[in-house]
Design a protein around this ligand. Structure first.
Ligand code: GDP
Length: 296
């Protein structure tokens, strides 16, 4: 995770700490390198600009330059701004509502949405001892419905029986009713994915949202797609309204552009990170820990 970005930033900052005394020009030169590293990592330009401005405002001044360990102070400032850029605090999934609590999963096809739905269901079942029901609303792809049923059996979470011919909204309503009658705490609704963001996809997700009043609306986005993931999040938030993001394939993301831009661009927290294909490969997203990982 973030290997290439981490390597570059550590190199730049290590050189700074080794120098002992620093001039303002040293700090500015290092910040130019940090800027380049962030842009190469595919972080959004506006986010990079604002980050560098904030770091410079704190790092280029007598207080830092004249301190005993100026390099270390600059590293601390970069670290703190990274944490802020990543969202400052962890944002766990909230179940703080009258059960059955609906969680709506949205996203593009192939982003890892169905796998992530099962991962979250497993986590809520195993760690939080909740009774979870999953339902696939992908009426156009019977294979997607079957995939969720297979995953359900694998993680020991119930899935709503498939009834052919129902619309997504009808399935969602049936899921909520089944959850009420069956005493479930949480209903996870896996909406249909499309290859691109399109009107039909947005409309259907918005209708399901109106019908089920979910407590969480989570966008599943592939971190490897960088700024496309951020743009997808913006589009879904504008049309459906999101409460958070799950970034998948973080295990293969050496650059980190999506993770570092997502919060600043969309205003929505990254709640969880997918870190592999296995059903346990899901981590809470802690901005401070992620910043530590990036700075090595
Ligand atoms: P969907 O079309 O959005 O529902 O995507 P799927 O859930 O079917 O996932 C597509 C592929 O991505 C599957 O092979 C998953 O195992 C894989 N996948 C999902 N999340 C992750 C992740 O966090 N890391 C890795 N390496 N693979 C993942």
């Amino acid at each position: 995770m973030f290997e290439s970005l981490s390597e570059k930033l550590s190199g730049i900052l290590d050189a700074l700490t080794r120098r002992g005394a620093l001039t303002e020009e040293d700090v500015n030169a290092a910040l130019r390198e940090v800027r380049r590293a962030l842009l190469e990592a595919d972080v959004a330009l506006d986010v990079v600009r604002s980050f560098i401005d904030k770091v410079r405002a704190r790092a280029v001044g007598a207080e830092v330059i004249k301190s005993v360990t100026p390099g270390q102070m600059v590293v601390k400032i970069v670290h703190d701004q990274l944490v802020e850029m990543l969202g400052a605090e962890a944002a766990p999934i909230s179940l703080d509502a009258v059960p059955p609590v609906a969680i709506l999963m949205v996203g593009l096809q192939g982003s890892g949405k169905t796998t992530t739905t099962a991962k979250i269901a497993k986590r809520l079942t195993d760690r939080m001892k909740r009774k979870v029901l999953m339902a696939s609303l992908d009426t156009r792809r019977p294979a997607a419905m079957e995939q969720l049923a297979v995953l359900g059996r694998q993680v020991h979470v119930d899935t709503l029986p498939i009834v052919p011919g129902q619309s997504a909204v009808q399935i969602a309503r049936r899921a909520m009713e089944a959850a009420r009658l069956g005493g479930y705490d949480v209903v996870m609704l896996d909406t249909a994915g499309r290859v691109t963001v399109d009107e039909a996809l947005m409309l259907e997700a918005a209708e399901v949202k109106a019908a089920t009043e979910p407590h969480e609306v989570l966008l599943v986005a592939d971190s490897l797609t960088g700024q496309d993931a951020v743009n997808t999040a913006k589009a879904f938030d504008a049309r459906v309204g999101l409460t958070g993001i799950v970034l998948t394939r973080m295990d293969g993301d050496g650059r980190g552009g999506a993770a570092l831009s997502m919060r600043a661009v969309t205003g929505k927290p990254i709640k969880l990170a997918g870190t592999g294909e296995k059903v346990d490969a899901l981590e809470d997203f802690h901005p401070a820990r992620v910043a530590n990982r990036i700075l090595g």
